[in-house]
Ligand binder design. Sequence first.
Ligand code: ZN
Length: 397
Amino acid sequence: MLPIAAPPIRDGWVDVADGRVSAVGSDRGAANDFRDLGHVAILPGLVNAHTHLELSHLDAQIPPGNDFVAWIRAVVATRRNNSDPRAAHIVDAVQSGIAQAVRCGTAVVGDISNTLVPFDWLARSPLAGVVFYELIRFNAPEPAGFVDQARRQLSALIETDRIRASLAAHAPYSVAPMVFRAIRQAVDQKANVPYSVHLSESADEVEFIGTGGGQWRSFLEGVGAWDPNWRAPGGSPVQYLEECGFLGPQLLAVHGVQMTSADLARLAAHGATLVTCPRSNVRTGAGVPPVTQFYRSGVRVAVGTDSLASTPDLNVFAELAELRRLAPDVPASKLLDSATRQGARALGFEADYGTIEPRKRARLLAVSVPDRVDDVEEYLVSGIQPDQIQWLDSGAF
Ligand SMILES: [Zn+2]
């Protein structure tokens, strides 16, 4: 058993009452009222800290490439052809994305949405999580009013004890500095509300923030979103968001492919969480994330799959296998911690998810492990498939 909050327990047991963990231990002794699960690893349900369920219909629609801006152009064009977010094929894809995430062992998601369509489907699903209403507005004459309107839309949603809503900014090249400030002010009005941004994903973003030029400038001009009063801040995207007052302990900064050690140290100093989505980064042409550096920097690291537009599936175990491939020197226990406890903490669900401890929800996985395996943690980051995964609470969430 992998409690995550403590080292692995060989032949461990867990007691559950009313859907919550009541006790955890080793050596059941002479007790005979337990169920032997066989050769399995028990661990908390995983946390996919960054995905976009509403893009599930783009599954395999956008070919991989090595030019990130071209990849985004392809996504924008394809979404334009699917302009009704409540169209049946889009809603069906959201539902099958949710079902797939559950089959792959996910308990909690950080879901980015421009339409809020996934909110109700998530509320009816076994998943817990945060739906981040993502704002995109580079030329924003009324930044406070723009963010206020988004807040009003959020307040019309009915949150549950498992599904909450918050705000996200899309990225430094697509959101005005005053919109970043207004989002931070809005989320700070309630305690412990997470918020998110795609940050330092591509070299084009670094160039744009540093010089004001490059492909993002032409993109913004091309779509009529350029702000002639905007001046390049210089420095890195992380420095820029620090100047905008956007960095803080509730921030999920997603990707970080282009972050330097100084950027990572800055994020760590603010207590922010870096969410890495390595398979997506390779597929979109953003580049290979410096995973070893992430862990060396001391920043909190969580894991996301990103959307089905940029990844072949929503399996966080597959993301862990990619992290292992990119960073053979990072202990498996750290990678597993990222995919459970760190994600739950970042999304504000640490009281209920992320570890196996008394009083937490018993949303636990049993992963079948071959007899020959000795190092279970290493095995769990080697690429677990859905057919190896069983939910122990069998639907009682
Ligand atoms: Zn994303």
